[in-house]
Design a protein around this ligand. Structure first.
Ligand SMILES: [Fe+2]
Length: 315
């Protein structure tokens, strides 16, 4: 099938309006502003700021150390308790990856693939930003994603959402590799006679094409619900919709931080509690992944890349 034919298939699934809106916004993306810290700045301005940051890291002798730290992946186990969880899902394990930014990983993903060796979970979720570049040819990203997908073995498969770096045209290629991208869509995972609901929204940060109400259509009050979103931008809406667990990424845990993980730039406008790790808002629990890759600068300081294993526990 050609790329156009594949996109037509996607139109059948998520609607013409959604695909056309996405493609239109992607076309004009280079003229839009992005959130840089607490401010919205033009892309050109952010590039100048990043050039200065690169220069400073090199002058201060932190560049080589930071490049090494960007490949020091850690596995974080996050036990999280929910009274509403069906007993059949007590102990259910979800591997959570985010912000792979694949073309930017300096060793092509080799160290990361080694970290996945022997990891066994029930489900894997990937909360967006597969790409390093925002636009253009994506075949290099798909080639780098392939060995990663082959290393992930989960009984209930791999679910993903798109991030602000991901064009919608990458979806057919990614799904051919065996993962399922949720574009304001949902499904249920079953165990015996019980199920949990998992929904995923299109990028709520930059493209703002998330449709939470549509995603949650047909859910029941008593159901246990997990929402995947690239960023924490829609946490307050998700609380109103009775989501139980909200998984996201985008911030990279600051990526370049001061000692103690204090971010220089948090890359979000929300309160700091949503910036990295576990948090709670109202009845809803959530986790913002520090991510796997890096964006713009292949350096991490005091913010280790992570693979999070969420273990769901019923009280
Ligand atoms: Fe992002």
């Amino acid at each position: 099938m050609t790329q156009d034919e594949l996109l037509k298939e996607l139109v059948k699934r998520v609607g013409k309006d959604h695909v056309e809106n996405r493609l239109l916004k992607e076309k004009g993306g280079d003229k839009m502003s992005i959130t840089f810290g607490y401010w919205d700045v033009a892309l050109g301005t952010s590039h100048r700021i990043l050039s200065i940051a690169k220069f400073l890291l090199k002058v201060l002798g932190l560049w080589n150390h930071g490049v090494k730290m960007a490949l020091k992946y850690q596995i974080v186990e996050e036990k999280v308790v929910f009274p509403k969880l069906p007993p059949q899902f007590d102990g259910y394990r979800i591997m959570h990856l985010s912000d792979l930014h694949l073309e930017g990983i300096v060793d092509g993903g080799k160290s990361f693939c080694r970290m996945l060796e022997g990891l066994e979970t029930d489900l894997c979720v990937i909360t967006g930003d597969f790409r390093h570049h925002n636009w253009g040819e994506s075949s290099a990203m798909l080639e780098l994603l392939k060995p990663i997908i082959q290393k992930i073995h989960c009984r209930d498969g791999i679910l993903a959402v798109l991030g602000n770096h991901d064009g919608i045209s990458i979806v057919p290629g990614m799904e051919k590799l065996g993962l399922r991208v949720l574009l304001n869509e949902s499904l249920r995972i079953k165990r015996e006679h019980a199920s949990i609901w998992i929904g995923g929204v299109d990028d709520p940060h930059f493209y703002r094409l998330h449709e939470l109400e549509q995603t949650m259509k047909g859910t029941q009050e008593e159901e246990f619900k997990i929402l995947l979103a690239h960023s924490a931008d829609i946490v307050y809406e998700a609380v109103k919709q009775n989501v139980d667990y909200y998984l996201c990424g985008h911030t990279h845990g600051g990526q370049i931080c001061l000692p103690g993980g204090i971010p220089i730039i948090a890359n979000m406008k929300l309160p700091r509690k949503f910036f990295a790790g576990s948090w709670q808002e109202g009845h809803m629990k959530g986790y913002t992944s520090r991510g796997v890759g890096t964006s713009d600068i292949p350096v991490r300081l005091f913010s280790k890349p992570e693979i999070v294993i969420h273990k769901l526990i019923r009280t």
